[in-house]
Design a protein around this ligand. Structure first.
Ligand SMILES: [Zn+2]
Length: 135
């Protein structure tokens, strides 16, 4: 069963093109220098419209996570993944992203764990970014 995929918009196209190349891209403000996540038309710190896309190191730290052990409601596409980890990850650039932590048993994931991004092809235009332990 096919999973729902992110919708590519003019705002998010650079992100998904980067992911296809194996690069996690973030927006950075040219005025105040802050990175931001998620993609927005203006800087969430200073309001500037002068944003650029820059490559993330792809390194981060688990801030928080949950283990999904049961699919309820309208998402049977995810049943085959159970159990899986959904985490908030603080990238080294100072932004917090939501993603999955894989390649490790859910009970071995911990707050503070260092993780590294990788990309999983999900369609002709979409590669999803996920994280594995960095060790
Ligand atoms: Zn700014």
């Amino acid at each position: 069963m096919a999973k729902p995929l992110p919708e590519i918009t003019s705002l998010t196209r650079p992100l998904w093109e980067g992911a296809k190349r194996g690069e996690l891209l973030l927006q950075r403000c040219r005025r105040c220098g802050k990175h931001q996540w998620y993609p927005r038309p203006s800087c969430h710190k200073c309001g500037s419209l002068d944003l650029e896309w820059v490559k993330s190191s792809g390194m981060g730290t688990v801030y928080s996570f949950t283990v999904i052990r049961r699919v309820v409601g309208n998402a049977p596409e995810f049943s085959s993944d159970i159990p899986f980890v959904v985490a908030e990850i603080d990238l080294d650039e100072g932004v917090r992203v939501y993603s999955n932590v894989v390649g490790v048993k859910p009970e071995e994931v911990s707050v503070g764990m260092r993780v590294r991004v990788f990309f999983e092809e999900a369609g002709p235009e979409i590669s999803l970014f996920k994280f594995r332990p960095a060790t």
